[in-house]
Design a protein around this ligand. Structure first.
Ligand SMILES: Nc1ncnc2c1ncn2[C@@H]1O[C@H](COP(=O)(O)OP(=O)(O)O)[C@@H](O)[C@H]1O
Ligand SMILES: [Mg+2]
Length: 327
């Protein structure tokens, strides 16, 4: 089946410093992809670049095709139709994406007028329906309120309603629940799952929380220093991570019923993009690194059906993991 969206060799540099270094990713209709990796690995920049949302000084190369049609470098008018229409994004900090001086009704109706062929009473009715869908009680009255009159969780629900206004085929959810407490976070993720099921919408869930991704995604791509280092079906990567970085991330996962932790189990930090090591970017932190790792950066290569990894020590890494498991 032809992918819904297909990103190839996507590279981004700011002031001559590369931060994305050849990202390949694709999504099928209706699929949920988790994109994980430490802060600064390029998760947000990947999708901002794909949708033409980076500042002008960013140098972007590669290819991004939506239903086979190239959108990288497309005219502004076309990108405006894509964003909020076929592809919607929700962010970590929803408050910044809502206008504080306009009512929710105004903002929802504007989004609907822009992307849907509705007018007059039909717009208002659809705006109220969307608030119902995302679980804002008493939508008829609450729609006249301003953003500050809602709680953090409710504002995130309103952002989801705005994202749904254009009937997107793909929702990019960039750390959508990071700012919320655990109970509200679970409610928002459940809401996204329900909406996805009902609308057949594809989703990219960007998160540094592997637990969140494990519970909500079909497939996972692990990013490190501007590249995808491993990609696999979610159940496989959590059972048997191959890239030493993925092993570190997943080893850092507490048991499913335990408290969640951030990714702190791997010593060292993500390299500064301006001082990227020659060879594999993870080598300086990798316990399995050998001399060839410091010479050339490995490319992402298939290892089995639906699985790829960028590591020349992948086999050693697998053996180390199995050895550990046998002890
Ligand atoms: N507008 C920008 N100008 C310069 N550097 C940026 C800009 N946006 C992001 N970066 C850099 O790009 C890298 C990747 O950032 P980002 O995609 O936001 O990481 P992530 O979302 O994985 O935490 C980081 O090193 C970040 O500092
Ligand atoms: Mg980010």
């Amino acid at each position: 089946m032809a992918p819904l969206i297909s990103i190839e060799r996507l590279s981004v540099a700011f002031n001559g410093v590369p931060v994305l270094r050849g990202v390949d990713l694709s999504l099928q209709q209706g699929e949920a992809l988790g994109l994980v990796g430490e802060s600064g690995s390029g998760k947000s920049v990947t999708w901002l670049a794909a949708l033409g949302l980076l500042p002008r000084q960013a140098k972007v190369t590669g290819s991004v095709r939506l239903d086979g049609r190239e959108i990288l470098g497309a005219p502004a008018a076309e990108l405006d139709r894509v964003r909020g229409g076929r592809v919607a994004m929700i962010f970590q900090d929803p408050a910044s994406a809502l206008n504080p001086v306009l009512t929710i009704r105004r903002q929802l109706c504007e989004a609907l007028a822009l992307h849907r062929d509705l007018s007059g009473e039909a717009v208002k009715a659809e705006a109220r329906r969307l608030l119902d869908v995302v679980g804002i009680p008493d939508a008829k009255r609450r729609i006249e309120a301003y953003p500050h009159e809602f709680s953090g969780g409710q504002v995130q629900r309103i952002m989801i309603a705005m994202a749904l206004a254009g009937h997107p085929d793909l929702l990019i959810a960039d750390e959508p629940t990071t700012a919320l407490d655990a109970t509200i976070q679970a409610q928002i993720l459940d809401l996204l799952a329900t909406i996805r099921r009902e609308m057949g919408m594809a989703m990219v869930l960007i998160s540094h929380d592997l637990g969140v991704v494990a519970e909500n995604c079909d497939r996972v791509a692990v990013m490190y220093a501007g590249r995808i280092v491993e990609e696999a079906p979610a159940n496989q990567i959590f059972a048997d991570p191959v890239h030493p970085y993925a092993q570190g991330l997943i080893g850092a996962l507490p048991p499913l019923d335990g408290p969640r932790r951030r990714l702190t189990a791997i010593p060292g930090t993500v390299p500064d993009p301006a001082r990227m090591p020659a060879g594999c970017a993870f080598a300086p932190r990798c316990s399995l690194a050998a001399e060839p790792c410091c010479v050339a950066a490995p490319s992402l290569a298939p290892i089995s059906d639906g699985r790829s990894v960028a590591c020349i020590r992948a086999e050693a890494s697998r053996r180390a993991l199995l050895g550990m498991a046998a002890e």
